[in-house]
Design a protein around this ligand. Structure first.
Ligand code: NI
Length: 171
């Protein structure tokens, strides 16, 4: 277990981004995306965090997370990436062994870092939500944000469940 030096003394909201190693589109299929959401849900319960919004793209992930006091963003991110890469590799091994050879157990799945920005106002949080929700339309994966199954846009625009509870917070 690593030592996490970034234990928060008050709750904070972070916009975080992390990428598949070398920007490969290893999240193209639905099951890797489901796994990423499943691990986020487990961490939500374990760490008491809140997911304000997210989008899962074919080669990267964005999320807006509220992290409670006493918790560590680097712990959350380390675990989200570690557990999801293990489960995704295991799934690829069983279901798409040929595909898997390119990024086998010994190789990197995620790029080493993640990119956190602290968000301190409602205006900025809303701007980030719009930015995230429009990712799939900018990449021409869908015509409207609400058509992308793998973001919180469906919750905000149509009140449909999106795989993890979405919670707004006060700033
Ligand atoms: Ni993006």
């Amino acid at each position: 277990m690593r030592n996490y030096g970034d234990i928060l003394n008050r709750p904070k909201v972070f916009f975080i981004t992390f990428n598949v190693y070398r920007r490969r589109r290893l999240l193209d299929l639905d099951q890797p995306k489901r796994i990423i959401l499943g691990v986020l849900e487990a961490l939500r319960l374990q760490a008491g965090l809140k997911c304000i919004g997210f989008v899962i793209m074919p080669n990267h992930v964005h999320a807006l997370l509220w992290i409670p006091a006493g918790q560590s963003l680097s712990f959350v991110m380390h675990e989200w990436k570690r557990r999801s890469s293990l489960l995704i590799r295991t799934w690829y091994t069983a279901k798409a062994a040929n595909y898997f050879r390119e990024f086998g157990m010994g190789r990197r799945f995620w790029q080493p870092k993640y990119y956190p920005f602290e968000i301190e106002s409602r205006e900025k949080a809303e701007e980030i939500l719009d930015y995230m929700h429009l990712n799939p339309t900018r990449s021409q994966l869908v015509q409207r944000a609400v058509d992308w199954k793998w973001s919180s846009a469906r919750w905000y625009l149509a009140r449909r469940t999106v795989g993890v509870p979405i919670e707004w917070v006060d700033f």
